[in-house]
Design a protein around this ligand. Sequence first.
Ligand code: DX5
Ligand code: ZN
Length: 234
Amino acid sequence: MSAQKTYRIAPSILSADFARLGDEVSRVEAAGADFIHFDVMDNHYVPNLTIGPMVCKAIRPHVRIPIDVHLMVSPVDALVVDFAKAGANLITFHPEASPHVDRTLALIRDQGCKAGLVFNPSTPLAHMDWVMDKVDIVLLMSVNPGFGGQSFIASTLEKLKAVRKKIDAYTATGGQPILLEVDGGIKVDNIAAAAAAGADTFVAGSAVFGAPDSDGGYQGVMSRFRSALASVPQ
Ligand code: DX5
Ligand code: ZN
């Protein structure tokens, strides 16, 4: 029997109360979050504007868990350096947003962070083929990036299976481990399907930060996520 798979849950602070962000991140850490997912939008690569390195630096002392910075920006490289200095641990970016994907991946690692590529629903997976050795995490968008609270796009399940195959084939031949993260519309009723399709890391924004206190708040939704994941056949 193989050991129980390790699943990671990464609450996205896009749906947190921005007026009390330090408290929000420490409360989700206390509720069992594995990463803090930090959505950076520039009103250029995506049609919304959010938070930058100064906010990352401000929340860093409030949590011990890794900060998972999702860059929805173009250009990418200057912000990689700024976020690494601000305490980011993982940095992912969209390959369409950087003219030199291999160089940007290497830059993220040079800054001491884990590096990853993000695929929009229509982005072909071929972008990862020649850079696997520089990738620590693959993030599949299950919504079009730009906003929290959207519905999960069903075709992501087939795409997750395709990435799972690529990663497993790569690690089977001695490649480094690569996380497979899914982002957008993850709820208690679909997280198990995403896991069964191959995801091991789950971003959830509105499901976590919108969880009603009457249902146990952040602790409640995190334990419902864990129970749903425990039901996934290994
Ligand atoms: C969308 C962001 C997501 C989003 C997830 O562009 O990358 O991280 O905040 O939010 P929910 O879980 O509400 O879809
Ligand atoms: Zn995100």
